[in-house]
Design a protein around this ligand. Sequence first.
Ligand code: FAD
Length: 376
Amino acid sequence: MTNIVILGAGYAGLAAAVQLAARTRRDDTVQVTLVNASDRFTERLRLPMTATGQDVADLRIPDLLAGTGAGFEPGWVTSVDLAGRTVTLDDRKITFDLLVYALGSVADTGAVPGADEHAYTLNSFDDAAVLAARLAGATDVVIGGTGPTGIESAAEIASRYPHLTVTLVGRHEPGAAMGPKARAYLQAALDRLGVRTVRAEIRKVLPDGVHLDDGTLPADLFLWAGGTRVSPLAAAMTTDDRGRIVTDASLRSVSHPFVYAIGDAAAIRQPYGIMHGTCQGGMPTGVHAAVSILRELRGKPAKPFRFGYYQTPVSLGRHDGVVQFTHGDDTPRRFSLTGRLAARYKELATAAPWPTYRRMRRMPASAAFWPHGKRR
Ligand SMILES: Cc1cc2nc3c(=O)[nH]c(=O)nc-3n(C[C@H](O)[C@H](O)[C@H](O)COP(=O)(O)OP(=O)(O)OC[C@H]3O[C@@H](n4cnc5c(N)ncnc54)[C@H](O)[C@@H]3O)c2cc1C
């Protein structure tokens, strides 16, 4: 019996679990176990909705795995013993032969002094629910970080609570990596929603404001969306300068080849550089790890993982958005979608992966299942 344990049931870990289950359904020499902090699947893309009091689907991981043969262990991973091939959850240990490490990332509140103490985050459903409760009584909301998470959060908050003062602060202008048309649309939409954008470095977060280089902004609520960090558990393996597990071309840890690292927690090199964290890229890494593991078990050589980006979708409230289509290296193409069509596209193409997981339970997919798999 080969025990395969998958740590983390986010976009990447869940893809690995359902694909391994689909491919080993009739193989009683392989046991797949998925471990996650909670039995709820957190749709991180929808956390700005939860944070603004909107209902989102209650998706349960055991429901998805029912009938697949894969087991589920709820619990918080506190340590990984690679020499003993054992993982410790809150109160128990589980052993493994092969490990898939998919513990994702969280907002890096250590990046700015004071953020650990005073910032809200969108790390989990519970964090978003706490923010929702607090937003109702807020006046001045400041969001740190002008990347997609910051933009989507600012737009969602401003459209749900038009009486609030919402300020989006970051080093770069919103949509800096997009083409001129998409960027201009994004800025106009934020203006329409009354979101003030400030280009500045946040130096310190205080209980009632944020220090910038040239003054202080009042804030009775500060949301940090200015970058991510990964769990210190990854440090048991070779990591890059951001603490992510360095993988070989088939997604195995370079220091511990019986560990596959996927999603945000992995530093996966492609010809254009190290992949950055997205569910767009995370799901194919999960599928590829499943395929590689089965090839390994059957004594076949693993194939290299190839991935090219194809879009940056940003929602601007529920009925507006921008989708910048990109080259494989994430640089913008000329083509973008805006407005209602973009909001609908995001909803259909990226924001609701659950139907994809359900399909994948029965149907072995490959990383080429995603349209970008071959196009780079
Ligand atoms: C608000 C927001 C909007 C986003 N929008 C987009 C978008 O439009 N498009 C896009 O491609 N990407 C988007 N992203 C990024 C995307 O969500 C991440 O890249 C993706 O979630 C990474 O998937 P993952 O499986 O690696 O990790 P995660 O989804 O973070 O999953 C990790 C899992 O591991 C669990 N876990 C972590 N530590 C432990 C532990 N010690 N013990 C047990 N369980 C643990 C967590 O609870 C979680 O379930 C967005 C992110 C945010 C926050």
